[in-house]
Design a protein around this ligand. Structure first.
Ligand SMILES: [Ca+2]
Ligand SMILES: [Ca+2]
Length: 120
């Protein structure tokens, strides 16, 4: 699924509050995992020397945790459309966050990154 198709789906569906919307959300999440991680990987490779540098950069308040908003900033730089950025940020937060505190610490971030080919 390409970004343009998602855009069209969004326009057709309007609000995501129905079964149709739920199906659509699942489609996005499936698309997200491969495509978004790839985009992030490219972003990280071009902008940062190592994942820790990226983590520290997006941890704006330097408290050692990434929030949903931090992920939105990351996705913005990874050229993810603003239409799906919130949804994707939510998805990333939920899939990276292992202890359920709605925050992603360095350990969790590192573990998530290790699943991609970003490994050094
Ligand atoms: Ca933070
Ligand atoms: Ca966490």
């Amino acid at each position: 699924m390409v970004e343009e198709e998602i855009r069209i789906c969004l326009l057709q569906n309007g609000r995501i509050n129905s079964i149709q919307g739920l199906k659509f959300k699942i489609q996005i999440l499936a698309w997200t995992k491969e495509k978004i991680l790839k985009n992030i990987e490219i972003l990280m490779r071009s902008k940062f020397k190592e994942p820790k540098e990226a983590f520290d950069f997006y941890d704006e308040d330097k408290d050692g945790f990434l929030t949903k908003n931090d992920f939105k900033n990351l996705l913005k730089e990874a050229n993810v459309s603003i239409l799906i950025r919130g949804l994707v940020a939510e998805f990333m937060l939920q899939s990276f966050d292992k202890n359920g505190d709605e925050l992603v610490d360095w350990q969790e971030f590192q573990a998530a990154i290790a699943e991609t080919s970003l490994r050094k």
